[in-house]
Design a binder for this molecule. Sequence first.
Ligand SMILES: NC(=O)c1ccc[n+]([C@@H]2O[C@H](COP(=O)([O-])OP(=O)(O)OC[C@H]3O[C@@H](n4cnc5c(N)ncnc54)[C@H](OP(=O)(O)O)[C@@H]3O)[C@@H](O)[C@H]2O)c1
Length: 283
Amino acid sequence: MRGRICIVTGANSGIGKATALGLAEMGAAVVMLCRDRRRGEAARAEIRERSGNDAVDLMLADLSVQTSIRGFVEEFKRAYGRLHVLVNNAGVIAARRTVTADGLEMTFAVNYLAPFLLTNLLLDVLKANAPARVVNVAGSFHRMAAVNFEDLQFEENYGVARAGSRSKLALILFTYELARRLGGTAVTANCLHPGAVRTGISKGLRWYLRAPAFIMRPFFLSPEEGASTSIYLASSPAVEAVTGKYFSKMKEAKSSPASYDGAVAQRLWRVSEELTNLERDAR
Ligand SMILES: NC(=O)c1ccc[n+]([C@@H]2O[C@H](COP(=O)([O-])OP(=O)(O)OC[C@H]3O[C@@H](n4cnc5c(N)ncnc54)[C@H](OP(=O)(O)O)[C@@H]3O)[C@@H](O)[C@H]2O)c1
Protein backbone atom coordinates (compact mmCIF):
# COMPACT_ATOMS: atom_id res chain seq x y z
CA MET A 1 0.00 0.00 0.00
CA ARG A 2 3.05 2.29 -0.14
CA GLY A 3 2.24 5.37 -2.23
CA ARG A 4 -1.51 4.83 -1.79
CA ILE A 5 -3.62 7.50 -0.09
CA CYS A 6 -6.58 6.26 1.98
CA ILE A 7 -9.35 8.09 3.81
CA VAL A 8 -11.00 6.24 6.72
CA THR A 9 -14.06 7.91 8.29
CA GLY A 10 -14.75 7.42 11.99
CA ALA A 11 -11.11 6.43 12.45
CA ASN A 12 -10.74 7.41 16.11
CA SER A 13 -12.37 4.29 17.58
CA GLY A 14 -13.53 0.74 17.04
CA ILE A 15 -13.40 -0.78 13.56
CA GLY A 16 -12.36 2.49 11.90
CA LYS A 17 -9.31 2.91 14.14
CA ALA A 18 -8.29 -0.71 13.54
CA THR A 19 -8.77 -0.19 9.79
CA ALA A 20 -6.62 2.95 9.81
CA LEU A 21 -3.96 1.10 11.82
CA GLY A 22 -4.00 -1.90 9.45
CA LEU A 23 -3.61 0.31 6.38
CA ALA A 24 -0.87 2.38 8.06
CA GLU A 25 0.98 -0.84 8.93
CA MET A 26 0.91 -1.71 5.22
CA GLY A 27 2.63 1.61 4.45
CA ALA A 28 -0.35 3.59 3.13
CA ALA A 29 -0.77 7.30 3.79
CA VAL A 30 -3.92 7.45 5.92
CA VAL A 31 -6.21 10.42 6.41
CA MET A 32 -8.41 9.93 9.45
CA LEU A 33 -11.73 11.76 9.14
CA CYS A 34 -12.95 12.37 12.70
CA ARG A 35 -15.33 14.86 14.27
CA ASP A 36 -13.53 15.48 17.55
CA ARG A 37 -9.97 16.84 17.64
CA ARG A 38 -9.04 15.40 21.02
CA ARG A 39 -10.26 11.87 20.27
CA GLY A 40 -8.79 12.07 16.78
CA GLU A 41 -5.36 13.24 17.97
CA ALA A 42 -5.19 10.51 20.61
CA ALA A 43 -5.99 7.81 18.03
CA ARG A 44 -3.59 9.28 15.49
CA ALA A 45 -0.72 9.28 18.02
CA GLU A 46 -1.44 5.64 18.86
CA ILE A 47 -1.68 4.59 15.19
CA ARG A 48 1.57 6.39 14.32
CA GLU A 49 3.36 4.79 17.21
CA ARG A 50 2.03 1.25 16.66
CA SER A 51 2.51 1.30 12.87
CA GLY A 52 5.79 3.23 12.78
CA ASN A 53 4.19 5.17 9.91
CA ASP A 54 4.23 8.98 10.21
CA ALA A 55 2.01 9.48 7.17
CA VAL A 56 -1.14 9.37 9.30
CA ASP A 57 -3.06 12.62 9.16
CA LEU A 58 -6.15 13.88 10.99
CA MET A 59 -8.80 16.02 9.32
CA LEU A 60 -11.95 17.09 11.11
CA ALA A 61 -15.50 16.88 9.81
CA ASP A 62 -18.93 16.28 11.28
CA LEU A 63 -20.59 13.85 8.90
CA SER A 64 -24.05 14.91 10.07
CA VAL A 65 -23.46 18.38 8.57
CA GLN A 66 -23.25 18.69 4.79
CA THR A 67 -21.24 21.96 4.82
CA SER A 68 -18.71 20.20 7.06
CA ILE A 69 -18.40 17.33 4.54
CA ARG A 70 -17.92 19.83 1.72
CA GLY A 71 -15.31 21.71 3.78
CA PHE A 72 -13.43 18.46 4.43
CA VAL A 73 -13.39 17.60 0.70
CA GLU A 74 -12.00 21.04 -0.21
CA GLU A 75 -9.33 20.81 2.47
CA PHE A 76 -8.43 17.24 1.49
CA LYS A 77 -8.13 18.07 -2.21
CA ARG A 78 -5.96 21.12 -1.43
CA ALA A 79 -3.65 19.07 0.80
CA TYR A 80 -3.45 15.80 -1.18
CA GLY A 81 -4.99 16.19 -4.65
CA ARG A 82 -4.97 12.38 -5.00
CA LEU A 83 -7.00 9.52 -3.51
CA HIS A 84 -6.87 5.75 -3.95
CA VAL A 85 -9.11 4.33 -1.20
CA LEU A 86 -12.16 5.73 0.61
CA VAL A 87 -13.45 3.68 3.54
CA ASN A 88 -16.89 4.94 4.60
CA ASN A 89 -16.83 3.45 8.10
CA ALA A 90 -18.35 6.03 10.48
CA GLY A 91 -21.76 5.18 11.84
CA VAL A 92 -24.20 5.93 14.63
CA ILE A 93 -27.04 4.32 16.50
CA ALA A 94 -29.44 7.01 17.72
CA ALA A 95 -31.65 5.99 20.63
CA ARG A 96 -34.17 8.71 19.88
CA ARG A 97 -35.05 10.48 16.66
CA THR A 98 -32.65 13.40 16.31
CA VAL A 99 -32.58 15.98 13.55
CA THR A 100 -29.33 17.27 12.06
CA ALA A 101 -28.47 20.88 11.25
CA ASP A 102 -29.66 20.10 7.70
CA GLY A 103 -33.07 18.99 8.99
CA LEU A 104 -32.47 15.27 8.35
CA GLU A 105 -32.90 12.26 10.60
CA MET A 106 -29.48 11.59 12.19
CA THR A 107 -29.03 7.88 11.40
CA PHE A 108 -30.04 8.32 7.77
CA ALA A 109 -27.77 11.39 7.48
CA VAL A 110 -24.62 9.91 9.03
CA ASN A 111 -24.83 6.24 8.00
CA TYR A 112 -26.07 6.75 4.47
CA LEU A 113 -26.31 10.31 3.14
CA ALA A 114 -22.82 11.30 4.34
CA PRO A 115 -21.12 8.42 2.46
CA PHE A 116 -23.28 9.27 -0.58
CA LEU A 117 -22.17 12.92 -0.55
CA LEU A 118 -18.55 12.32 0.45
CA THR A 119 -18.04 9.64 -2.20
CA ASN A 120 -19.64 11.67 -4.96
CA LEU A 121 -17.55 14.73 -4.11
CA LEU A 122 -14.37 12.60 -4.17
CA LEU A 123 -15.16 10.65 -7.35
CA ASP A 124 -13.06 12.98 -9.53
CA VAL A 125 -9.87 12.32 -7.52
CA LEU A 126 -10.65 8.60 -7.29
CA LYS A 127 -11.17 8.30 -11.06
CA ALA A 128 -8.10 10.39 -11.84
CA ASN A 129 -5.92 8.12 -9.68
CA ALA A 130 -7.46 4.75 -10.52
CA PRO A 131 -7.16 1.92 -9.78
CA ALA A 132 -9.08 3.10 -6.76
CA ARG A 133 -11.61 1.66 -4.32
CA VAL A 134 -14.65 2.68 -2.29
CA VAL A 135 -15.37 0.46 0.71
CA ASN A 136 -18.66 0.92 2.58
CA VAL A 137 -19.10 -0.56 6.06
CA ALA A 138 -22.70 -1.78 6.21
CA GLY A 139 -23.83 -4.69 8.39
CA SER A 140 -26.16 -7.64 8.50
CA PHE A 141 -29.01 -5.68 10.17
CA HIS A 142 -29.99 -4.35 6.75
CA ARG A 143 -31.81 -7.67 6.27
CA MET A 144 -34.71 -6.45 8.46
CA ALA A 145 -35.23 -3.31 6.36
CA ALA A 146 -37.10 -1.88 3.40
CA VAL A 147 -36.82 1.63 1.98
CA ASN A 148 -39.94 3.72 2.65
CA PHE A 149 -39.80 6.73 0.33
CA GLU A 150 -42.93 8.17 1.96
CA ASP A 151 -41.12 8.56 5.29
CA LEU A 152 -37.36 8.53 4.65
CA GLN A 153 -36.79 10.84 7.63
CA PHE A 154 -38.77 8.68 10.06
CA GLU A 155 -41.15 11.48 10.94
CA GLU A 156 -43.57 8.73 11.91
CA ASN A 157 -42.82 5.56 13.76
CA TYR A 158 -39.12 6.03 14.61
CA GLY A 159 -37.40 2.98 16.00
CA VAL A 160 -33.70 2.65 16.70
CA ALA A 161 -33.40 -0.72 14.96
CA ARG A 162 -35.64 0.35 12.07
CA ALA A 163 -33.60 3.50 11.46
CA GLY A 164 -30.24 1.73 11.76
CA SER A 165 -31.16 -1.18 9.51
CA ARG A 166 -32.74 1.02 6.86
CA SER A 167 -29.68 3.31 6.77
CA LYS A 168 -27.47 0.29 6.10
CA LEU A 169 -29.82 -1.04 3.41
CA ALA A 170 -29.59 2.39 1.75
CA LEU A 171 -25.79 2.20 1.95
CA ILE A 172 -25.80 -1.20 0.22
CA LEU A 173 -28.23 -0.02 -2.49
CA PHE A 174 -25.90 2.97 -3.00
CA THR A 175 -22.85 0.70 -3.27
CA TYR A 176 -24.42 -1.43 -6.00
CA GLU A 177 -25.71 1.59 -7.94
CA LEU A 178 -22.33 3.32 -7.62
CA ALA A 179 -20.58 0.22 -8.98
CA ARG A 180 -23.00 0.20 -11.93
CA ARG A 181 -22.33 3.89 -12.62
CA LEU A 182 -18.55 3.33 -12.35
CA GLY A 183 -18.65 0.54 -14.94
CA GLY A 184 -15.81 0.99 -17.43
CA THR A 185 -13.62 2.82 -14.90
CA ALA A 186 -11.02 1.25 -12.63
CA VAL A 187 -12.79 2.49 -9.50
CA THR A 188 -14.51 -0.30 -7.57
CA ALA A 189 -17.24 -0.05 -4.92
CA ASN A 190 -17.95 -2.83 -2.42
CA CYS A 191 -19.64 -3.11 0.96
CA LEU A 192 -19.35 -5.43 3.91
CA HIS A 193 -20.61 -6.80 7.18
CA PRO A 194 -17.80 -6.54 9.77
CA GLY A 195 -19.30 -9.19 12.08
CA ALA A 196 -20.48 -8.55 15.64
CA VAL A 197 -17.64 -6.45 17.02
CA ARG A 198 -16.77 -5.25 20.55
CA THR A 199 -16.97 -1.46 20.13
CA GLY A 200 -18.75 1.50 21.70
CA ILE A 201 -21.33 1.82 18.91
CA SER A 202 -24.30 1.21 21.22
CA LYS A 203 -23.08 3.52 24.01
CA GLY A 204 -26.02 5.94 23.61
CA LEU A 205 -28.68 3.26 24.03
CA ARG A 206 -30.69 2.56 27.16
CA TRP A 207 -29.34 -0.25 29.33
CA TYR A 208 -32.02 -2.77 28.36
CA LEU A 209 -31.18 -2.30 24.67
CA ARG A 210 -27.47 -2.65 25.41
CA ALA A 211 -27.97 -5.69 27.67
CA PRO A 212 -28.12 -8.44 24.98
CA ALA A 213 -24.93 -7.17 23.33
CA PHE A 214 -23.30 -6.83 26.76
CA ILE A 215 -24.05 -10.47 27.58
CA MET A 216 -22.77 -11.62 24.17
CA ARG A 217 -19.70 -9.35 24.35
CA PRO A 218 -17.18 -12.11 25.18
CA PHE A 219 -18.17 -13.83 21.93
CA PHE A 220 -17.82 -10.70 19.80
CA LEU A 221 -14.86 -10.03 17.52
CA SER A 222 -12.12 -7.63 18.55
CA PRO A 223 -12.00 -4.36 16.54
CA GLU A 224 -8.90 -5.72 14.75
CA GLU A 225 -10.81 -8.85 13.71
CA GLY A 226 -13.79 -6.69 12.76
CA ALA A 227 -11.57 -4.53 10.54
CA SER A 228 -10.18 -7.45 8.54
CA THR A 229 -12.81 -7.35 5.76
CA SER A 230 -12.52 -3.54 5.41
CA ILE A 231 -8.73 -3.85 5.12
CA TYR A 232 -9.04 -6.77 2.70
CA LEU A 233 -11.38 -4.83 0.40
CA ALA A 234 -9.20 -1.72 0.64
CA SER A 235 -5.93 -3.43 -0.14
CA SER A 236 -5.99 -7.01 -1.42
CA PRO A 237 -4.93 -7.67 -5.03
CA ALA A 238 -7.44 -10.55 -4.94
CA VAL A 239 -10.33 -8.04 -5.16
CA GLU A 240 -8.68 -5.49 -7.45
CA ALA A 241 -11.33 -6.00 -10.15
CA VAL A 242 -14.27 -7.02 -7.94
CA THR A 243 -17.03 -4.44 -7.72
CA GLY A 244 -20.66 -4.13 -6.66
CA LYS A 245 -20.43 -6.93 -4.08
CA TYR A 246 -21.20 -7.51 -0.41
CA PHE A 247 -18.59 -9.25 1.74
CA SER A 248 -18.57 -10.97 5.09
CA LYS A 249 -15.51 -12.64 6.65
CA MET A 250 -13.45 -11.62 3.60
CA LYS A 251 -15.72 -13.64 1.32
CA GLU A 252 -18.37 -12.56 -1.13
CA ALA A 253 -21.86 -13.06 0.31
CA LYS A 254 -25.46 -12.30 -0.56
CA SER A 255 -27.14 -9.25 0.91
CA SER A 256 -30.92 -9.11 1.34
CA PRO A 257 -33.23 -9.46 -1.71
CA ALA A 258 -34.39 -5.84 -1.18
CA SER A 259 -30.81 -4.60 -1.61
CA TYR A 260 -30.68 -5.83 -5.22
CA ASP A 261 -33.68 -3.78 -6.38
CA GLY A 262 -32.18 -1.58 -9.11
CA ALA A 263 -35.28 0.61 -9.45
CA VAL A 264 -35.22 1.44 -5.74
CA ALA A 265 -31.48 2.13 -5.94
CA GLN A 266 -31.96 4.58 -8.82
CA ARG A 267 -34.85 6.34 -7.11
CA LEU A 268 -32.86 6.58 -3.89
CA TRP A 269 -29.93 8.06 -5.83
CA ARG A 270 -32.15 10.77 -7.33
CA VAL A 271 -33.69 11.63 -3.94
CA SER A 272 -30.23 11.70 -2.36
CA GLU A 273 -28.94 14.08 -5.05
CA GLU A 274 -31.75 16.43 -4.14
CA LEU A 275 -31.19 16.08 -0.38
CA THR A 276 -27.46 16.86 -0.78
CA ASN A 277 -27.80 19.48 -3.55
CA LEU A 278 -25.48 17.40 -5.73
CA GLU A 279 -27.49 18.20 -8.85
CA ARG A 280 -26.77 21.88 -8.30
CA ASP A 281 -23.04 21.06 -8.13
CA ALA A 282 -23.18 19.17 -11.41
CA ARG A 283 -24.72 22.16 -13.26
N1 LIG B 1 -19.75 -3.06 16.09
C1 LIG B 1 -20.48 -3.89 15.37
O1 LIG B 1 -20.81 -5.02 15.79
C2 LIG B 1 -20.95 -3.48 13.99
C3 LIG B 1 -21.77 -4.37 13.26
C4 LIG B 1 -22.19 -4.01 12.00
C5 LIG B 1 -21.80 -2.78 11.47
N2 LIG B 1 -21.01 -1.93 12.19
C6 LIG B 1 -20.62 -0.64 11.58
O2 LIG B 1 -19.23 -0.45 11.73
C7 LIG B 1 -18.96 0.97 11.64
C8 LIG B 1 -17.97 1.34 12.75
O3 LIG B 1 -18.63 1.23 14.00
P1 LIG B 1 -17.93 0.69 15.33
O4 LIG B 1 -18.66 -0.53 15.74
O5 LIG B 1 -16.47 0.66 15.17
O6 LIG B 1 -18.39 1.82 16.39
P2 LIG B 1 -17.64 3.09 17.01
O7 LIG B 1 -16.39 2.67 17.71
O8 LIG B 1 -18.68 3.83 17.77
O9 LIG B 1 -17.21 3.92 15.72
C9 LIG B 1 -18.07 4.80 15.07
C10 LIG B 1 -17.22 5.94 14.52
O10 LIG B 1 -18.06 6.82 13.76
C11 LIG B 1 -17.78 8.14 14.18
N3 LIG B 1 -18.90 9.05 13.96
C12 LIG B 1 -20.17 8.93 14.42
N4 LIG B 1 -20.88 10.01 14.07
C13 LIG B 1 -20.06 10.83 13.36
C14 LIG B 1 -20.21 12.09 12.75
N5 LIG B 1 -21.37 12.77 12.80
N6 LIG B 1 -19.14 12.63 12.12
C15 LIG B 1 -17.96 11.99 12.09
N7 LIG B 1 -17.75 10.79 12.66
C16 LIG B 1 -18.80 10.22 13.29
C17 LIG B 1 -17.50 8.01 15.66
O11 LIG B 1 -16.87 9.17 16.15
P3 LIG B 1 -17.00 9.60 17.73
O12 LIG B 1 -16.00 8.77 18.47
O13 LIG B 1 -16.65 11.05 17.69
O14 LIG B 1 -18.41 9.32 18.15
C18 LIG B 1 -16.60 6.78 15.65
O15 LIG B 1 -15.29 7.14 15.30
C19 LIG B 1 -20.31 1.67 11.76
O16 LIG B 1 -20.72 2.09 10.49
C20 LIG B 1 -21.23 0.57 12.28
O17 LIG B 1 -22.58 0.76 11.91
C21 LIG B 1 -20.58 -2.26 13.45
